[in-house]
Design a protein around this ligand. Sequence first.
Ligand SMILES: [Zn+2]
Length: 240
Amino acid sequence: MPEKAWRLILKDGLRFYLLDPSPDVKLLFTTRRSRDNDPDHNLDVRNQLVPFRLDGSLVTMNQTHSNSVVHVDGPGEIKADGCFTTQENLALSVRVADCVPIFVWSEKRSLIGVMHAGRRGTLSKIALRFVEKIQKEGISSHRLRYSLGPSIGKCCYEVGEDVLSEFREAWPEAMGFFSRKKEGVYLDLRAANRFLLRSVGAVEGASLDLCTYCNSKRFYSHRREHGAGRNWGIIVRRSS
Ligand SMILES: [Zn+2]
Protein backbone atom coordinates (compact mmCIF):
# COMPACT_ATOMS: atom_id res chain seq x y z
CA MET A 1 0.00 0.00 0.00
CA PRO A 2 1.49 3.40 -0.91
CA GLU A 3 2.49 5.60 2.00
CA LYS A 4 -0.07 8.26 2.83
CA ALA A 5 1.10 11.87 2.52
CA TRP A 6 0.41 14.92 4.69
CA ARG A 7 -2.42 17.07 3.36
CA LEU A 8 -2.89 20.80 3.85
CA ILE A 9 -6.44 21.34 5.10
CA LEU A 10 -8.45 24.53 5.53
CA LYS A 11 -11.02 24.28 8.29
CA ASP A 12 -12.86 26.99 10.22
CA GLY A 13 -10.46 29.60 8.81
CA LEU A 14 -7.37 27.71 9.94
CA ARG A 15 -4.84 25.96 7.79
CA PHE A 16 -3.18 22.87 9.17
CA TYR A 17 -1.46 19.75 7.96
CA LEU A 18 -3.06 16.38 8.50
CA LEU A 19 -1.74 12.84 8.22
CA ASP A 20 -3.82 9.78 8.95
CA PRO A 21 -1.44 6.87 8.68
CA SER A 22 -4.12 4.41 9.81
CA PRO A 23 -7.89 4.68 10.19
CA ASP A 24 -7.65 5.55 13.89
CA VAL A 25 -4.42 7.58 14.17
CA LYS A 26 -4.33 11.25 13.23
CA LEU A 27 -1.39 13.64 13.20
CA LEU A 28 -1.90 17.41 12.98
CA PHE A 29 0.55 20.23 12.51
CA THR A 30 -0.61 23.82 12.70
CA THR A 31 0.47 26.75 10.55
CA ARG A 32 0.68 30.44 11.44
CA ARG A 33 -2.57 32.16 12.09
CA SER A 34 -3.74 34.75 9.64
CA ARG A 35 -4.15 37.24 12.49
CA ASP A 36 -0.59 37.16 13.74
CA ASN A 37 -0.44 40.90 13.98
CA ASP A 38 -3.04 40.80 16.72
CA PRO A 39 -0.90 40.22 19.84
CA ASP A 40 -3.67 38.52 21.79
CA HIS A 41 -4.17 35.95 19.12
CA ASN A 42 -0.50 35.47 18.59
CA LEU A 43 0.08 34.77 22.26
CA ASP A 44 -2.89 32.54 22.77
CA VAL A 45 -1.75 29.83 20.42
CA ARG A 46 -4.04 27.46 22.24
CA ASN A 47 -6.85 29.10 20.27
CA GLN A 48 -5.45 27.36 17.26
CA LEU A 49 -6.67 24.09 18.62
CA VAL A 50 -10.32 25.00 19.00
CA PRO A 51 -11.43 23.60 15.64
CA PHE A 52 -9.85 20.27 16.47
CA ARG A 53 -12.24 19.78 19.38
CA LEU A 54 -9.57 18.40 21.64
CA ASP A 55 -10.82 20.13 24.78
CA GLY A 56 -10.60 17.89 27.76
CA SER A 57 -8.30 15.42 26.08
CA LEU A 58 -5.15 17.45 25.55
CA VAL A 59 -1.75 16.61 27.01
CA THR A 60 0.72 19.52 26.87
CA MET A 61 4.37 19.37 27.79
CA ASN A 62 6.28 21.96 29.74
CA GLN A 63 9.35 21.50 27.54
CA THR A 64 12.84 22.18 28.84
CA HIS A 65 15.10 20.69 26.13
CA SER A 66 15.61 17.64 28.33
CA ASN A 67 15.46 13.97 27.38
CA SER A 68 12.77 13.25 29.92
CA VAL A 69 9.94 11.03 28.65
CA VAL A 70 6.71 10.40 30.54
CA HIS A 71 4.04 7.71 30.18
CA VAL A 72 0.68 9.51 30.38
CA ASP A 73 -2.83 8.16 30.80
CA GLY A 74 -4.86 11.32 31.23
CA PRO A 75 -5.02 14.93 30.05
CA GLY A 76 -3.09 17.81 31.59
CA GLU A 77 0.34 19.39 31.56
CA ILE A 78 3.48 17.39 32.30
CA LYS A 79 7.10 18.40 32.63
CA ALA A 80 8.78 16.48 29.85
CA ASP A 81 10.07 16.67 26.31
CA GLY A 82 8.54 13.39 25.26
CA CYS A 83 5.44 11.45 26.20
CA PHE A 84 3.45 8.45 25.10
CA THR A 85 0.19 6.74 25.88
CA THR A 86 -1.75 3.61 25.08
CA GLN A 87 -5.06 5.39 25.76
CA GLU A 88 -7.51 6.26 23.04
CA ASN A 89 -8.83 9.80 22.60
CA LEU A 90 -5.88 11.40 24.34
CA ALA A 91 -4.31 14.14 22.21
CA LEU A 92 -0.57 14.41 22.82
CA SER A 93 0.92 17.72 21.80
CA VAL A 94 4.35 19.18 21.21
CA ARG A 95 5.12 22.86 20.58
CA VAL A 96 8.00 23.83 18.36
CA ALA A 97 9.47 26.75 16.47
CA ASP A 98 12.59 25.26 14.80
CA CYS A 99 13.13 22.20 17.05
CA VAL A 100 12.18 18.86 15.51
CA PRO A 101 8.73 17.52 16.42
CA ILE A 102 8.67 13.72 16.29
CA PHE A 103 5.45 11.73 16.15
CA VAL A 104 5.50 8.03 16.96
CA TRP A 105 2.84 5.37 16.64
CA SER A 106 2.79 1.64 16.70
CA GLU A 107 1.52 -0.38 13.79
CA LYS A 108 -0.16 -2.60 16.33
CA ARG A 109 -2.24 0.45 17.23
CA SER A 110 -1.50 0.32 20.91
CA LEU A 111 0.82 3.28 21.32
CA ILE A 112 1.21 6.90 20.24
CA GLY A 113 3.80 9.44 21.33
CA VAL A 114 5.46 12.77 20.64
CA MET A 115 8.91 14.25 21.23
CA HIS A 116 10.53 17.64 21.15
CA ALA A 117 14.07 17.33 19.79
CA GLY A 118 16.07 20.50 19.48
CA ARG A 119 19.85 20.65 19.67
CA ARG A 120 20.00 19.63 23.31
CA GLY A 121 17.30 16.96 23.11
CA THR A 122 19.00 15.50 20.06
CA LEU A 123 22.44 15.52 21.70
CA SER A 124 21.00 13.79 24.76
CA LYS A 125 19.32 11.29 22.38
CA ILE A 126 15.75 11.72 23.49
CA ALA A 127 14.63 9.34 20.72
CA LEU A 128 16.57 6.50 22.38
CA ARG A 129 15.31 7.44 25.85
CA PHE A 130 11.78 7.34 24.47
CA VAL A 131 12.11 3.76 23.26
CA GLU A 132 13.90 2.66 26.45
CA LYS A 133 11.10 4.13 28.51
CA ILE A 134 8.33 2.33 26.65
CA GLN A 135 10.21 -0.95 26.93
CA LYS A 136 10.71 -0.35 30.64
CA GLU A 137 6.95 0.08 30.99
CA GLY A 138 6.48 -3.33 29.43
CA ILE A 139 5.01 -1.92 26.21
CA SER A 140 6.08 -3.42 22.93
CA SER A 141 8.36 -1.24 20.81
CA HIS A 142 7.91 -3.64 17.93
CA ARG A 143 6.91 -2.06 14.59
CA LEU A 144 7.16 1.53 15.70
CA ARG A 145 6.59 4.13 13.01
CA TYR A 146 7.64 7.73 13.16
CA SER A 147 7.17 10.96 11.30
CA LEU A 148 9.00 14.28 11.58
CA GLY A 149 7.12 17.57 11.43
CA PRO A 150 8.59 20.83 10.11
CA SER A 151 11.72 22.17 11.82
CA ILE A 152 14.71 24.29 10.94
CA GLY A 153 16.51 22.50 8.12
CA LYS A 154 20.16 21.90 7.40
CA CYS A 155 19.78 24.77 4.91
CA CYS A 156 19.38 27.29 7.75
CA TYR A 157 20.58 25.81 11.03
CA GLU A 158 23.95 27.46 11.40
CA VAL A 159 25.69 26.65 14.67
CA GLY A 160 28.90 27.73 16.37
CA GLU A 161 32.12 25.78 16.60
CA ASP A 162 31.23 25.20 20.26
CA VAL A 163 28.21 23.11 19.22
CA LEU A 164 30.36 21.09 16.84
CA SER A 165 32.85 20.43 19.65
CA GLU A 166 30.12 19.53 22.09
CA PHE A 167 28.72 16.90 19.72
CA ARG A 168 32.19 15.61 18.81
CA GLU A 169 32.93 15.03 22.44
CA ALA A 170 29.66 13.37 23.43
CA TRP A 171 28.65 11.68 20.20
CA PRO A 172 31.52 11.34 17.68
CA GLU A 173 29.33 9.52 15.11
CA ALA A 174 27.23 12.67 14.82
CA MET A 175 29.95 14.48 12.88
CA GLY A 176 28.27 13.27 9.69
CA PHE A 177 25.29 15.50 10.49
CA PHE A 178 27.39 18.66 10.25
CA SER A 179 28.40 20.42 7.06
CA ARG A 180 30.52 23.47 6.28
CA LYS A 181 29.30 26.09 3.87
CA LYS A 182 31.34 29.22 3.26
CA GLU A 183 32.38 30.23 6.75
CA GLY A 184 29.58 28.57 8.67
CA VAL A 185 28.89 25.21 10.25
CA TYR A 186 25.42 23.74 9.72
CA LEU A 187 23.74 20.99 11.69
CA ASP A 188 21.13 18.60 10.29
CA LEU A 189 18.97 17.84 13.31
CA ARG A 190 16.51 15.89 11.19
CA ALA A 191 19.16 13.47 9.94
CA ALA A 192 20.47 13.03 13.49
CA ASN A 193 17.04 12.08 14.80
CA ARG A 194 16.34 9.81 11.86
CA PHE A 195 19.60 8.03 12.61
CA LEU A 196 18.61 7.52 16.26
CA LEU A 197 15.12 6.30 15.43
CA ARG A 198 16.36 3.91 12.77
CA SER A 199 18.94 2.54 15.18
CA VAL A 200 16.13 1.27 17.41
CA GLY A 201 14.24 -0.24 14.51
CA ALA A 202 11.60 2.47 14.05
CA VAL A 203 10.45 2.88 10.46
CA GLU A 204 9.76 6.29 8.98
CA GLY A 205 6.28 7.05 7.72
CA ALA A 206 5.54 10.24 5.78
CA SER A 207 7.45 13.20 7.19
CA LEU A 208 6.68 16.84 6.58
CA ASP A 209 10.08 17.92 5.30
CA LEU A 210 9.68 21.67 5.43
CA CYS A 211 12.07 24.19 6.97
CA THR A 212 10.45 26.50 9.51
CA TYR A 213 13.04 29.20 8.85
CA CYS A 214 12.63 29.14 5.05
CA ASN A 215 8.84 28.98 5.16
CA SER A 216 8.25 32.23 7.00
CA LYS A 217 4.66 32.66 5.89
CA ARG A 218 3.65 29.23 7.01
CA PHE A 219 5.50 28.52 10.26
CA TYR A 220 6.88 30.24 13.32
CA SER A 221 10.65 30.18 13.60
CA HIS A 222 12.37 31.05 16.84
CA ARG A 223 15.63 31.84 15.12
CA ARG A 224 14.03 34.15 12.62
CA GLU A 225 11.62 35.91 14.97
CA HIS A 226 12.79 35.46 18.57
CA GLY A 227 9.79 35.16 20.85
CA ALA A 228 7.52 34.09 18.02
CA GLY A 229 4.57 31.80 18.48
CA ARG A 230 4.85 28.07 18.40
CA ASN A 231 3.69 25.54 15.86
CA TRP A 232 1.67 22.74 17.44
CA GLY A 233 2.08 19.10 16.57
CA ILE A 234 -0.60 16.73 17.82
CA ILE A 235 -1.15 13.00 17.63
CA VAL A 236 -4.35 11.26 18.70
CA ARG A 237 -5.75 7.77 18.40
CA ARG A 238 -9.52 7.84 18.15
CA SER A 239 -11.76 5.01 19.17
CA SER A 240 -13.78 4.11 16.13
ZN1 LIG B 1 15.81 26.57 5.62
